[in-house]
Write a protein that binds this ligand. Sequence first.
Ligand SMILES: [Fe+2]
Length: 188
Amino acid sequence: MPLEIITLPCLSDNYAYLLHDAKSGQTALVDAPEAAAVKSALSTRGWGLDAILLTHHHYDHIDGVDELRRSYGAKVYGAKPDTHRLPPLDHALDYGARFELFGEEFQVLDVSGHTIGHIAFFLPESQAVFTADSLMALGCGRLFEGTPDMMWDSLNRLMALPPQTMVYSGHEYTQSNARFAVTIEPDN
Ligand SMILES: [Fe+2]
């Protein structure tokens, strides 16, 4: 059975996601912009929190980790190359790693560009990819650390996923990305 995926608006324009497996009753969180919104979504549903998956080191993706780990005992997953600036990890993941949660395979994609060490989580069975600030609706994230070539490679890696894959991003930037896009391609 595919995982239930809940979109959680956090802070001013962030998204975090709850991934719930009805069979085992277990839940994972993708990114932790803040603890309060996550705790309230969990308590409404009567769910615990077993895993926290981090995409990159920016504060608006990790600020809630310590409190959520303390409250629920969740295990924290993140990119091994970024361990020096992520909260302490229980599972440090190499690029290209595969691991299993709730009987479902998670693949770790290197999508560096916005930051170096930014990863995406691809779930082939649920046909979902969590791209955070690498790919959003109508645009990619700003290049704070990587080069345009690096970001292009990352976007190609995402483009190679099966076309039915649903993209879950880290921010709601659709309108501002659209405003920019029509300045570049007004006839598209
Ligand atoms: Fe970011």
